[in-house]
Design a protein around this ligand. Sequence first.
Ligand code: FAD
Length: 464
Amino acid sequence: MTRVRLNQLDSELQAIATEDYTFHNWAKTFQCTCEIMFQPSTESQIIKIVQLAKKYNKPIKVFGSGHSPSDLACSRGFMINIDHMNGILGINKQDLTITVEAGISLHKLHAILQENGLAMSNLGSISDQSIAGVISTATHGTGAEFGCLSSMVLDLTLITANGELINCSSNENSDLFSAARCSLGALGIITRITLQVELAFRLEAIQKPYKFDTILSEWDNVIHSAEHVRVWWMPHTNDCVVWRANRTKKSMKQAESNWLIERGVGVHLYQFMLNIARYRPSVIPSITRFMFETIHKRPLHVIDDSYKVFMFDCLFPQYVNEWAIPWENSPQALKELDVFINTSELKVHFPVEIRFVDEDNIWLSPSYKTKTCYIGVIMYRPYGNPVPYKKYWKAYEDIMRKHGGRPHWAKAHGQSAEQLNASYPKFRDFLNVRENIDPKGMFLNNYLKRHILLEKPLQSAAML
Ligand SMILES: Cc1cc2nc3c(=O)[nH]c(=O)nc-3n(C[C@H](O)[C@H](O)[C@H](O)COP(=O)(O)OP(=O)(O)OC[C@H]3O[C@@H](n4cnc5c(N)ncnc54)[C@H](O)[C@@H]3O)c2cc1C
C-alpha cells in the first residue's frame, strides 16, 4: 500500500496535516502511529480528506479526546480530529434544544448551556470528552429514568465514505439515525448534533456508607431511591457507599474540602500504596479498608449546578472493564463476583462501580430495550505501571456473559462479533446500514473488524 506524503496534498490540507502522528488513549493503554492526522475546521475540509482517502484506498478513523480505554479510536491509516469544530450552531430555548459542531467538548458545552439557562439531563463521571465521542459509544451516567447520552440526540449530520453530507433523525433516514446514535465511528464522520436538554438545575447529592449485603437485599428500592443513584462497592469487604442525587431548588452548599485528605491521601498516598502493592498484592484489601475508613466512609452533602455535581475524580490511569446487564440480574451477578473475589487468590482494586440506565431504542446501545445495570471493575496503574488484571477480567466477563451482559463499547472487552450479534437484536441491521453507507470499509479499524464484522471483507481500505 503506497504511503501518502504531505507534499502530495494541496496547501489547504497540508496546513492541517501531521505525518506519522502517534495517538494514545488517556490511560496510555493503547497507542498507534497513523500515516497522517488531520485537524480540519470545516466540513468541506473533511470532504476533501475523505476524497483523498478514497483515491489512495486509506482507512479513516476519527477520534475525539481519546478517552476510550481500548483501541476503538486507533488506526494506522488516516486519523481525523475535529476539536477545532466546536461551535454552537443554534439554541432553541422554547424546545430546549441545542445544535453544536460535533467536536465540542462537554466542558465547553456545559458552560454555554449554563449561560443560556440550560443543562444536560444526565452525565457520566467526566466532561473531557467530545460530544461526538460520547454519543458514538453510548456513554452513560446513572439514573433509572435516564437513558444514555446518545438517547438525548435528536438529529445528527455525518459525512460518508462518498464525501456526502447526510442528515438523520427519527423522521429523516430513520434507520441511519438508529444506527448512528451509537456508531462506534463505523458509519462516517459526525459533524453536527442536536441535543435535547432541559432547564438548568441544581442537584443535591448525598453520599453515605452502607453494608453491601443490605443494599443487595433492597436492590429495587435502592435503584429508585433517588433520580440518580450510584453504588461504589469495596471488593474484599462488605462495605459500600451509595451516592444519591436529586434536582433541588435549595441554595448552594459546597462540600467541606480538605486538601490533605482528598488529594494527599485520596490520590497521592493511594497511588503510592498501590505501587507498593504491585510487589505485595496481599495488602490490597487492607489498603481498601484504610481508604474506606479515611475517605469514603465520610458522609458527603453537596448542592451545586448539575454538571458539577455529576463529575467525579477518576484519579490516575487505570485498566477498566464495564458491562451492562439487565438490572434484575445484577444482585445475583454481584454476589457471584463477590464469591469469586473472596475465593480466588487475586486481590483487586476498589471500587466496583454500579450505575443504572433506562432502556432506549438505539440499535447498538448496551441498554437497547433493556433497563440496565452497569457494573464496572477497575485496576489502577500506579505511576503508569502495569498491574495484572487479565484473570480478574476473565472471571468478571464470564459472570457478566452468564447474566445476559453487553460490554461498554469504549472499553477493552473479550466479546466476539458473533457473541455480540447474539445479544443485539438489531446487530445485522446495523451491519446492513454500515455496508450500504461504507461498502469498502473506509471507517473500519482493527477493533471494529474484531468486534462487529461477522464476515470479514475481502479487499477494503480497512485491511491496511
Ligand atoms: C476517566 C474516564 C472516565 C469515563 N467515564 C465514563 C462514564 O462515566 N460513563 C461512560 O459511559 N463512559 C465513560 N468513559 C468512557 C468515555 O466516555 C468514552 O470512551 C467516550 O467515547 C470518549 O469520548 P472521546 O471524545 O474521548 O472519544 P474517543 O475515545 O476519541 O473515540 C471514541 C469513539 O468515538 C468515535 N468518534 C469520535 N468522534 C467522532 C466523530 N466526529 N464522528 C464519528 N465518530 C466519532 C471514534 O471513532 C471512536 O470510535 C470514561 C473514560 C475515562 C478515561
